[in-house]
Ligand binder design. Structure first.
Ligand code: FES
Length: 172
């Protein structure tokens, strides 16, 4: 087994006994499976919610694969995140129809209103902004996907209303 030197910050899931036990359990249950890397990373993303750099090192060590291979998988698939997602996720479609139909302007409006960048989460941990590829609703461009629900024809002036709807979910 390759030994790596890496620091584990106090906020990392590996620094929490419960989460570390969960990570070990996922590794133990899946390490012998074919395609173990993908299975383990998928499980960790689902159960922990994100995959940190120390977790990449830890998984590489336990599965005896290179950190580069783990990092390659984590960065290639948009399903994986390296930071916790917010309670809600807003994805902006960057497919051609949506791009031409106004997604960049919509993102600018969202950045102003939420005070955060694409790929980041608002400081209150509520909303994560992401981009995605075509979701097959091109005729409704520009499209956003909010917590897996597709919203069509979202123009910048409609965005504040959409935000209120998301926030309203909390009290519904
Ligand atoms: S390009 Fe956005 S849904 Fe197809």
């Amino acid at each position: 087994m390759t030994k790596h030197n890496y620091e584990i910050p106090a906020t990392d899931p590996l620094a929490c006994c419960e989460k570390r036990a969960l990570i070990d359990r996922v590794l133990d249950e899946n390490k012998e499976l074919p395609g173990a890397t993908m299975v383990v990373l998928n499980e960790l993303q689902s159960k922990i919610g994100y995959i940190t750099k120390p977790m990449e090192f830890y998984v590489a060590e336990k599965l005896n694969v290179s950190v580069g291979a783990i990092h390659g998988v984590v960065t290639f698939y948009s399903f994986f995140t390296t930071k916790p997602r917010g309670r809600h996720t807003i994805k902006f479609c960057m497919g051609t129809a949506c791009y031409v139909g106004g997604t960049p302007q919509l993102i600018e409006k969202a950045k102003q209103l939420l005070g955060t960048e694409v790929g980041e989460t608002t400081p209150d941990g509520e909303i994560t902004m992401e981009v995605c590829r075509c979701v097959g609703a091109c005729s409704q461009a520009p499209v956003t996907v909010i917590d897996e629900e597709v919203q069509g024809r979202v123009k910048p002036n409609k965005f504040p209303q959409l935000l209120r709807k998301i926030q309203g979910k909390e009290t519904a």
